[in-house]
Design a protein around this ligand. Structure first.
Ligand SMILES: Nc1c(NC[C@H](O)[C@H](O)[C@H](O)CO)[nH]c(=O)[nH]c1=O
Ligand SMILES: CC(=O)[C@@H](O)COP(=O)(O)O
Length: 159
C-alpha cells in the first residue's frame, strides 16, 4: 500500500527555523529525482524562515558517498544535515547493498556525532515510484526531510 502524501503536515507544529543553519548533501545519481527532492527541502526550509545564506549544499557522486559527505558536513557550522539520494532497483543485488550501506552509515553518523543527519534517500523499485515521491502524487520526501531537520535542530538546541 503506497504511503500517504509525504508533504501533508501541520505548520503550527514546526518551530521557527530563522536561527538555524542547514547542510544538504545531494547525490548526483538519478539527478532528476534528487533535484526534485532538493527543491522540496530547500523551499520548505525557506518557508519556515531559514535564510538562503544559511543553507549549504554539497554534491556527491552517488548515495553511497552521502555517508562521507554528511560526515564532513557535520564538521561545518550547521544545526542539522539532510542526506538526499535516489536508489532505484537494477538487475542485481547492488541495490540492496547500497541501500543498506547508506542507511547504516547515516545511522552511525547520528549515533557517533552531535549533528543530526536526516535520511532523505528514496529506495524505489521503479523510476515511477521515485517520481511520485519527489514532487508527484505522493508528495515530496524532501519536504518531509526539511521538517524533520528543523525539529531535530530544535531538539538539539534544547537538549
Ligand atoms: N545505482 C545507484 C547508485 N549506485 C552508485 C553508488 O551509490 C556509489 O556511488 C558507487 O557504488 C561508488 O561508490 N547510487 C545511487 O545513488 N542510486 C542508484 O540507483
Ligand atoms: C542500485 C544500483 O546500483 C543499480 O542501479 C545497479 O544496477 P544493476 O543492479 O543492474 O547493476
Amino acid at each position: 500500500m503506497a504511503t500517504t502524501n509525504l508533504s501533508d503536515y501541520d505548520k503550527n507544529t514546526v518551530p521557527d527555523a530563522n536561527k538555524f543553519r542547514f547542510g544538504i548533501v545531494v547525490s548526483e545519481w538519478n539527478s532528476s529525482i534528487t533535484e526534485g527532492l532538493y527543491k522540496g527541502a530547500y523551499d520548505t526550509l525557506i518557508d519556515h524562515g531559514v535564510l538562503p545564506a544559511n543553507i549549504v549544499r554539497w554534491d556527491v557522486p552517488g548515495s553511497f558517498e552521502l555517508i562521507y559527505g554528511c560526515k564532513k558536513m557535520q564538521e561545518q557550522m550547521v544545526n542539522a544535515v539532510i542526506a538526499i539520494g535516489s536508489v532505484i532497483q537494477g538487475e542485481t543485488k547492488h541495490f540492496d547493498f547500497v541501500c543498506e550501506g547508506v542507511a547504516q552509515g547515516i545511522k552511525d553518523l547520528n549515533v557517533m556525532r552531535e549533528t543530526p543527519v536526516i535520511f532523505c534517500v528514496l529506495t524505489d523499485n521503479t523510476m515511477q515510484q521515485a517520481i511520485e515521491r519527489s514532487g508527484g502524487k505522493h508528495g515530496n520526501k524532501g519536504t518531509e526531510a526539511a521538517i524533520a531537520a528543523i525539529k531535530m535542530a530544535e531538539l538539539r538546541r534544547n537538549s
